[in-house]
Design a protein around this ligand. Structure first.
Ligand SMILES: [Zn+2]
Length: 115
């Protein structure tokens, strides 16, 4: 049975809309350390902590500024990561990108009927 991960804005306790929920779940599989990531379409901000930067933390579109302020207070002296400035687009998991490129290559090689 699939496990549903519950994301919650740590400022207001809001839950993401279904589409943003999917984005957040996908990003969860992408192991990062000390990075912000935006989650579309709800404009959520995830802090991918781990290690010295603590656990992952989440904020909704309205409270992403508050989350950054909190992190900079807690971890601001540990390195530049908490000071990163947005936007923080997510390009997808690295492995997935590679697979997508490979698929494109295959299509251009085999997929031209009539040529
Ligand atoms: Zn919020």
């Amino acid at each position: 049975m699939p496990v549903k991960v519950v994301f919650e804005c740590e400022v207001c306790g809001n839950r993401p809309d279904p589409e943003t929920q999917v984005s957040l779940e996908q990003q969860l599989l992408d192991l990062r350390c000390g990075e912000y990531l935006d989650a579309a379409p709800g404009g959520w901000l995830t802090w991918h902590g781990r290690g010295i930067y603590g656990p992952n933390r989440y904020a909704c579109g309205e409270h992403r500024g508050e989350l950054k302020a909190t992190l900079r207070t807690h971890y601001g002296n540990l390195g530049w990561h908490p000071w990163a400035r947005g936007p923080h687009p997510w390009a997808g998991r690295r492995g997935t990108d590679k697979a997508r490129r490979l698929k494109r290559t295959m299509t251009s090689t085999f997929g031209s009927p009539g040529s």
